[in-house]
Design a protein around this ligand. Structure first.
Ligand code: GLN
Length: 470
């Protein structure tokens, strides 16, 4: 993987240029993308202009925070003039007329947007096999999935097609692919990074996250993107946070790591458990005091998430009616909406819309949706209780190492269980990060997840930095 921090030092010392670095990334995309399928649209012309501008800035001494950082952006984030498909046939030809806030902030910090990254259709999935434009393959071993739904973003970083990438995380879609591809992946606190211009999936859960080779690169990117945005009504009013200055500070003499009791980890693969125990030992040598916190509602997190997420998705996706966006299909009888949606959406998206409509229907609303909201509150309260006693919370990022392409695609429930350790952070709104922590016997990456209390990204990144050592 290519570190932006290392590139920046070399560029500052005049040992390389942004233009040359960009050309390297573009040729890697050309060589590897036919197999990996991480990229849906390459933005070469505009990226070359941006890279030349960055080289000038370095020469003038006016380099900005992300100057010359080459970024891939998940294709559910709106980019003005650049196709944004959401991995769906229904938006195959859609070209937005405005930039998402994160894109504006990337550009004004000097980043170079090289490409739009493949994803599970509308960010629904855990393996990146649900894209209308084909599955993404894990760069470490192409027989395996890269994790989803931001699989293209993670695979692009891991296969050296860019320095860093943006993804979206509704229930783990940044942390899971980061774990499967061996990159760092951060999901900030809900509301920290503006969702304006992120195509909505589950609006009360969605958050834009950052991928990179190191915690340092991720922190740099996060610092440039977070902060209030008046165009996102759920954006937090906290001022922009700068974690980088505190990143390398020594850890406090005594910090507390919460873990789950062994019974709540019983479903995990043995290799994941081995890496988990090694990580715990490492945290202890860094000074951690370890406590056990039983997550009281652990058995309810997956059902609660899949009720809330599908309910919100069924509402958010009702805007794709063939009238306003993307492709339009007209049936034999002249009908537009049903025909457009039947042809435009893939099987998983249709499944989610149907579940969402069911749990919101008048007969079942209280039994499912209202109940799920109550459990969601209990999960939130449980986090609050945990973080009274603990600074961070350690779990595996996923219960298994990466699985083979096709292994779980016929069994949606088995697929949904891949999210067991990640969805609670979205239900509770807390930040989480996945850090590469080891490998399986067949050489595939295994990631560990740290979570912290709301708005404690600084602490979270500080611990993650020391754990990974970069
Ligand atoms: N795998 C989860 C889902 O399919 C999470 C997706 C996400 O975070 N976007 O809903």
């Amino acid at each position: 993987m290519k570190s932006y921090t290392a590139f920046r030092a070399e560029r500052t010392a005049n040992k390389t240029t942004c233009a040359a670095t960009l050309e390297q990334f573009l040729s890697t995309i050309e060589a590897k993308n036919p197999t990996i399928n991480a990229i849906l649209t390459v933005n070469a012309t505009e990226a070359r202009v941006q890279a030349a501008e960055s080289d000038k800035r370095f020469q003038d001494g006016t380099a900005r925070a992300l100057e010359g950082m080459v970024v891939a952006v998940k294709d559910n984030i709106s980019t003005k003039g650049l196709r944004t498909t959401c991995g769906s046939k229904i938006l195959e030809t859609f070209v937005p007329i405005y930039d998402a806030t994160v894109i504006e902030r990337l550009k004004s910090a000097g980043a170079v947007i090289v490409a739009k990254a493949n994803l599970d259709e509308f960010a629904m999935g855990s393996s990146n096999e649900n894209s209308a434009f084909g599955a993404v393959r894990n760069p470490v071993n192409t027989d395996y999935v890269p994790g989803g739904s931001s699989g293209g973003s993670a695979a692009a970083v891991a296969s050296e097609m860019c320095h860093t990438a943006l993804g979206s995380d509704t229930g783990g879609s940044v942390r899971l692919p980061a774990a499967f591809c061996g990159t760092v992946g951060l999901k900030p606190t809900y509301g920290r990074v503006s969702r304006y211009g992120l195509v909505a999936y589950g609006s009360s859960l969605d958050q834009i996250g950052q991928f990179g080779e190191s915690v340092e690169d991720v922190a740099l990117l996060y610092d440039a993107l977070n902060g209030h945005d008046e165009r996102d009504a759920t954006s937090s009013h906290h001022t922009q946070q700068h974690t980088l200055t505190a990143l390398k500070k020594p850890l406090p003499a005594s910090f507390v790591v919460a873990t789950l009791p062994d019974e709540q980890l019983a479903g995990c693969d043995a290799e994941v458990m081995r890496v988990y125990r090694e990580t715990l030992e490492r945290l202890k040598t860094l000074g951690a005091k370890v406590i056990t916190h039983e997550m009281k509602y652990m058995s309810a997190v997956i059902p609660t998430y899949y009720i809330v997420a599908t309910a919100e998705a069924s509402s958010n996706l009702s805007r794709y009616d063939g009238v306003r966006y993307g492709s339009r299909k007209i049936g034999a009888d002249g009908e537009v909406t049903t025909e457009t949606r039947s042809q435009g959406f893939g099987a998983e998206v249709k499944r989610r819309i149907m579940i969402g409509n069911y749990v919101l229907s008048s007969g079942y609303y209280d039994a499912y949706y209202t109940k799920a909201l109550k459990v969601r509150r209990l999960i939130y309260n449980d986090y609050k209780a945990m973080f009274k006693d603990a600074d961070v919370f350690l779990t595996p990022a996923a219960p298994t190492p990466p699985f083979k392409i096709g292994e779980k695609s016929a069994d949606p429930l088995a697929m949904y269980l891949a999210d067991i350790f990640t969805v609670s952070a979205n239900l509770g709104g807390v930040p989480g990060i996945s850090v590469p922590a080891g490998t399986s016997a067949n050489g595939l990456p295994i990631g560990m997840q740290l979570q912290a209390n709301h708005f404690e990204e600084e602490k979270l990144l500080n611990v993650a930095y020391h754990l990974l050592g970069k």
